[in-house]
Design a protein around this ligand. Structure first.
Ligand SMILES: [Zn+2]
Ligand SMILES: [Zn+2]
Length: 268
């Protein structure tokens, strides 16, 4: 199928379905009217499925971006001009946009504004990728990330959060795990081999890091192992990383941000 006629097809598909729920068009992908009710059967995928394949995404990926209450409708949607409520991956407020806008651009008005204003790109609270950062990751930290990634979607392309002050001379902090959609960072602390990490002065530095994240709207969950006590309002004191610790993290995510945004991130 050629590019030019493709675009026309998409618009045509939009028109064909504009009359709403009682659509009489059935598409090859199975969306639209059921075969029995269809007055017209079109031997190609619906406009939405075509745009998904053009932008190399699956319907499941698109559904995860939508507000949970809108997912059932979106699952059968054929029109790329249809408007839905979406959840911003970077933790901005929910926004209304068409399927086309979400598949072809940032969709979220705040993300779009950030992308258009390079000076504002590093607004406080915005997570970003700092190349070459933090090569030293402990086995325990990796295990925590792996186990957590079995339960909720963790982004790979962010490792730093811009703050509105400086921390060790930098306008950003580098939490162990970042969940942008929830604006929650997870830190794993243990006393380390020499038994001094995260104690004494370093504890003060951990507190300062939490405060810097708090100022830009982030919350921190601290997993505290190896005999370290609680630090901050969301501490999990444990012997090591276990399923129980992961369960507790999920509970805390829900306590802090509510069920809906956490459900949106669950691995199915
Ligand atoms: Zn379809
Ligand atoms: Zn956004």
């Amino acid at each position: 199928m050629g590019g030019a006629s493709h675009g026309e097809d998409l618009n045509h598909g939009d028109d064909a379905n504009r009359s709403g729920g009682g659509s009489s068009v059935s598409f090859r992908c199975g969306h639209g009217a059921s075969r029995g009710e269809a007055r017209i059967t079109i031997q190609r995928d619906c406009p939405l499925c075509m745009l998904l394949s053009e932008t190399k995404r699956s319907r499941a990926q698109l559904l995860r971006k939508a507000a949970p209450s809108r997912r059932a409708a979106l699952a059968g949607e054929t029109r790329i001009g249809a408007s839905y409520e979406w959840i911003c991956e970077r933790g901005h407020s929910r926004f209304e946009a068409t399927v086309r806008e979400v598949l072809t651009g940032p969709g979220c008005p705040k993300c779009r504004a950030n992308a258009q204003a390079p000076s504002a790109r590093f607004e406080g609270g915005i997570p970003f990728m700092k190349p070459g950062l933090k090569t030293r990751t402990s086995m325990t930290e990796q295990r925590l990330r792996l186990l957590l990634a079995e339960r909720i979607q963790l982004p790979h392309r962010v490792n730093a959060v811009r703050i509105s002050r400086t921390f060790y001379g930098k306008p950003e902090v580098w939490p162990d795990i970042i969940i942008p959609a929830l604006r929650i960072a997870i830190e794993y602390d243990d006393p380390g081999r020499d038994g001094t990490a995260h104690r004494g002065l370093k504890e003060a530095s951990d507190r300062e890091k939490d405060a810097a994240l708090g100022e830009v709207g982030w919350e921190v969950i601290r997993v505290r192992a190896g005999g370290l006590g609680e630090l901050g309002p969301h501490s999990i004191v444990c012997r090591g990383i276990s399923t129980a610790v992961i369960d507790r993290i999920l509970e805390l995510l829900r306590e802090i941000r509510g069920d809906e945004p956490v459900d949106a991130l669950l691995v199915r």
